[in-house]
Design a protein around this ligand. Structure first.
Ligand SMILES: Cc1cc2nc3c(=O)[nH]c(=O)nc-3n(C[C@H](O)[C@H](O)[C@H](O)COP(=O)(O)OP(=O)(O)OC[C@H]3O[C@@H](n4cnc5c(N)ncnc54)[C@H](O)[C@@H]3O)c2cc1C
Length: 391
């Protein structure tokens, strides 16, 4: 039986799926890879499905990904979540092969006096191992960058990885198992549960069509190595230290945020990256670039948890605007054994390890490693509940 939360039944814990059950993870970016890894560690049989020919080929496929934590002076749930996510990500990536995580530190450079004052104030709200203030900079000594393509190597051989496989439709069977179908209506797999990790395309599935995620494209630019600082530098944009990649010895300069979700690399976006660079760029030769699409939620927190049955939520909780205690509401109507880890926005590499850990702890019945407030702040149904509360 699901655990009934009397105060907020719309955020009840989902039904437990026993370890040993077969779970399909849909999408092979950082969200899907971390989710599959945590499932496997907890004793599940895992299938990971990716449409492209390699893992980490969507937004997660850049030659480097930086860990740039969200920070704030005031105590908010976002601050608490991102601090937990940063610390969890550091320990998660540090345990991996040396080749994956480069712990070079990250420096946010203030752009004006107001920002210097803000940085000084923020630095008093964190411990020095997380960040400290130095001159005009906030330094994150433990941060660094990842080589995303290498992260896929964390997956154990026991995980059944299906590449070049596009899932067109999901269907719940009468015995509560799920079937996944391709465009030709052929069944790809049948399993006990599904976790959707397919980012901005999640609303293509009937069960998730009411999720509201913004699609924001971004471009990074590769320039000849010319930054002799050890740290990643951040201001409006960011500049990595010199990195050896398939494009040569480069600095990566990024990133744009664009409503136009075309994946075609543009010179205009390269110019924007140069303009936003934290330090002036001497050699402006462009050696290449990469574009991807981010899935952003309205409150900049990821969506992680069980998938709400939208129609039943709208019916059951339609009078929520009268106040949460004016009647006894029923427990959350979820699509049974269907979950998601999406909406990772601009910090997916920072949040994917923790949200995967939280989600698998929930579905295996181990209880969440974070407090209820955080679980509710990540709950995929929170936007439906906010809408109904305001009506
Ligand atoms: C230019 C740019 C720079 C960025 N830099 C950073 C950074 O430095 N640090 C950081 O933390 N974050 C960064 N981000 C954000 C980060 O890339 C994302 O948050 C993260 O990659 C999202 O991961 P994901 O697994 O949710 O999505 P994706 O990596 O996009 O993976 C989703 C996968 O699902 C697959 N898929 C979709 N639909 C289906 C289907 N029906 N069937 C089968 N497969 C399907 C797709 O092919 C794709 O591979 C950046 C983003 C951009 C665009």
């Amino acid at each position: 039986m699901p655990n009934i939360n009397l105060h907020k039944p719309w955020y009840n814990s989902p039904t437990i799926i026993k370890p040993g059950s077969h779970i399909t993870v849909l999408g092979g970016g950082i969200s899907g890879v971390c989710t599959a890894h945590h499932l496997q560690k907890n004793g599940y049989e895992v299938t990971l499905i990716e449409r492209n020919g390699t893992l980490m080929s969507g937004a997660s496929g850049n030659p480097a990904a930086i860990l740039d934590p969200f920070i704030a002076a005031s105590d908010t749930i976002e601050k608490e979540f991102y601090l937990n996510a940063f610390q969890y990500a550091l320990s998660f990536y540090q345990e991996l092969n040396d080749d994956i995580f480069e712990q070079c530190g990250l420096a946010k450079i203030a752009q004006n006096n107001d920002e210097i004052m803000r940085f000084e104030k923020i630095s008093k709200c964190y411990t020095e191992d997380v960040l400290y203030f130095d001159d005009d900079r906030l330094i994150f000594p433990a941060s660094g960058y990842l080589r995303p393509k290498k992260i896929a190597s964390i997956l154990n051989d026991n995980i059944n990885v299906m590449l070049n496989t596009h899932v067109d439709r999901l269907s719940e069977n009468t015995d509560n198992t799920w079937s996944l179908y391709d465009v030709n209506h052929q069944q790809i797999t049948r399993c006990d549960g599904v976790i959707l990790c397919n980012s901005f395309e999640v609303d293509n599935f009937e069960q998730a069509k009411n999720l509201t995620l913004d699609k924001i494209a971004g471009q990074i630019s590769f320039i000849p190595a010319q930054n002799n600082e050890k740290n990643i530098l951040c201001s409006d944009g960011y500049l990595t230290p010199n990195i050896e990649t398939e494009h040569g010895n480069i600095n990566i300069c990024g990133a744009t945020f664009e409503k136009n979700i075309s994946l075609e690399i543009t010179d205009k976006s390269h110019q924007e990256n140069m303009r936003k660079s934290p330090i002036p760029i001497d050699n402006k030769t462009i050696l290449g670039g990469r574009r991807g699409i981010r899935a952003m939620s309205g409150d900049h927190l990821p969506l992680s948890g069980p998938v709400a049955n939208y129609d039943l939520y709208m019916k059951e909780y339609s009078t929520l605007h009268h106040g949460p205690s004016h009647k006894k509401f029923a427990g959350a109507p979820y699509h049974k054994n269907l979950f998601l880890n999406v909406g990772l926005g601009a910090r997916g590499f920072l949040t994917a390890p923790l949200i995967s850990h939280i989600l698998i702890a929930q579905l295996s019945g181990k209880g969440t490693p974070v407090n209820e407030k955080t679980r509710h702040a990540l709950h995929p149904a929170r936007f439906i509940i906010r809408k109904l509360s305001k009506k």
